[in-house]
Write a protein that binds this ligand. Structure first.
Ligand SMILES: Nc1ncnc2c1ncn2[C@@H]1O[C@H](COP(=O)(O)OP(=O)(O)O)[C@@H](O)[C@H]1O
Ligand SMILES: [Mg+2]
Length: 258
């Protein structure tokens, strides 16, 4: 978008899963220091885009560039080191770990090297544990839930679980934060707080937001990309996208199918 540099750029990404063309030539730019939305009906491929950007899935073709450099092989731990962090659709917390420990996992170098099982099985050194603990508590405090640090996910209301998941993504101090339906399952007061938080993260952080709550998307995003059936069907400002006939048709199709 005018006046801002592109931080992440996907070019002509194609990926088949189980024989189905899930992304069919997707090109998306994410401007630095802005909030970019990625919307579209269920099954459009939004989470798959996140999986490609965060190295969970290797595309069949196409490139992912970060700060102008195309990445040859996208590996999850390298992306974390480069400053890309994500939340999962839902919450994805470890049931047997406290809120604090779940957040510490997001900052662990063992996790960064992709060895999650080792991270859980290996004792951390005292110094690393303390360093992580301090950072994790700060991340919980940023979200106003440091008093919940010792609780297990099952003891926390869903909106608090979502905040723990957010804290886990924030603890590595990412440049780019990929948020997959952060407002899913939360009510209006928490939604207003989420909006305030997202605004507080830019321009230091760059946000890519997948979200179904259109009011949130339209109010917080600078730029929106619309996916349908694995293709970009529209992009632009919230006003441009809101009034785009192809976008309206895609969402009407979804309602018709529901
Ligand atoms: N591992 C997989 N194997 C086969 N199909 C998949 C796989 N993951 C996702 N899909 C399909 O890809 C499409 C896009 O999924 P997804 O990216 O999760 O959509 P969205 O997040 O936009 O709802 C859906 O039709 C989904 O069923
Ligand atoms: Mg999804």
């Amino acid at each position: 978008m005018p006046g801002s540099e592109t931080l992440v750029e996907l070019t002509d990404i194609r990926i088949k899963l189980s024989g189905l063309q899930i992304l069919d030539g997707v090109s998306i730019t994410v401007p630095q220091g802005k909030v970019t939305g990625l919307i579209g009906p269920n099954g459009a491929g939004k989470t798959t885009v996140f999986n490609v950007m965060s190295g969970f899935l290797k595309p069949d073709s196409g490139t992912v560039a970060f700060e102008g450099r195309a990445l040859k092989r996208i590996r999850a731990h390298r992306l974390t080191k480069m400053g890309i962090s994500r939340t999962l659709q839902g919450v994805g917390l470890f049931a047997t770990l406290s809120a604090l420990e779940n957040v510490m996992i997001g900052g662990s170098s063992h996790v960064r090297s992709g060895l999650l099982s080792q991270s859980l099985a290996m004792p951390w050194t005292d110094i690393e544990t303390e360093r992580l603990r301090v950072k994790a508590l700060a991340a919980l405090a940023e979200l106003g839930i440091e008093d919940q640090a010792g609780r297990l996910p099952s003891e926390l209301p869903y909106p608090i679980q979502k905040k723990v998941a957010l804290a886990r993504a924030l603890v590595s101090d990412p440049k780019v934060l990929l948020l997959d339906e952060p407002a899913g399952g939360i009510g209006a007061p928490d939604m207003a707080e989420l909006e305030r938080l997202i605004r507080s993260w830019v321009p230091e952080r760059t946000i890519l937001l997948v979200e179904h709550h259109m009011e949130l998307v339209m109010s917080v995003c600078d730029l929106i990309w619309v996916l349908d059936a694995g293709k970009v069907i529209a992009s632009g400002t919230p006003d441009e996208v809101r009034n785009n006939p192809a976008v309206l048709a895609a969402y009407l199709g979804e309602e018709g199918a529901a």
